[in-house]
Design a protein around this ligand. Structure first.
Ligand code: ZN
Length: 150
């Protein structure tokens, strides 16, 4: 089911999301809805707080298939890359954000299996953006004065 996307300045976007302690049918339902909502809005990533659920769940698809992660953690980063970013919760705004060029992210897949994802480029950026959401951080927090692209 495609869910409503919560927009700034809704407070759910600013709280630290809680870890998922047990993967239940409800967790899987939320991940399914997140994927549908992400695709319906032509997004490359979505975090659960964006549909009003303060739990540590993200979905990402940068063109290589759907990645759904539970309790994702950024365990290593290297390099720096600056590129333009937007957010489904901040319509009409984009800006250049400097992020790590390469990341290693660990988390659980929907089957509860431990996953380790090594990523670079857009996937690395999307993972960092979505994990930020779980800590109440928005891409606009990374912009310096005068860096808004439009
Ligand atoms: Zn976002």
């Amino acid at each position: 089911m495609v869910r409503k996307i919560f927009l700034v300045p809704h407070p759910v976007l600013r709280i630290k999301a809680r870890p998922v302690e047990k993967i239940t049918k409800k967790t899987l339902r939320i991940l399914q809805d997140m994927a549908e909502t992400m695709y319906a809005n032509n997004g490359v990533g979505l975090a659960a707080p964006q549909i009003g659920i303060p739990e540590r769940l993200i979905t990402v698809d940068t063109g290589d298939g759907l990645l759904s992660l539970i309790n994702p953690v950024l365990v290593a980063t290297s390099g720096q890359e600056r590129d333009v970013e937007g957010c489904l919760s901040i319509p009409g705004q984009s800006g250049y954000v400097t992020r790590a060029a390469r990341v290693i992210v660990e988390g659980l897949d929907p089957g509860g299996r431990r996953k380790k994802i090594e990523a670079e480029g857009l996937l690395a950026r999307a993972l960092q953006h979505e994990i930020d959401h779980l800590d109440g951080i928005l891409f606009t927090d990374h912009l310096k004065d005068g860096e808004e692209a439009k």
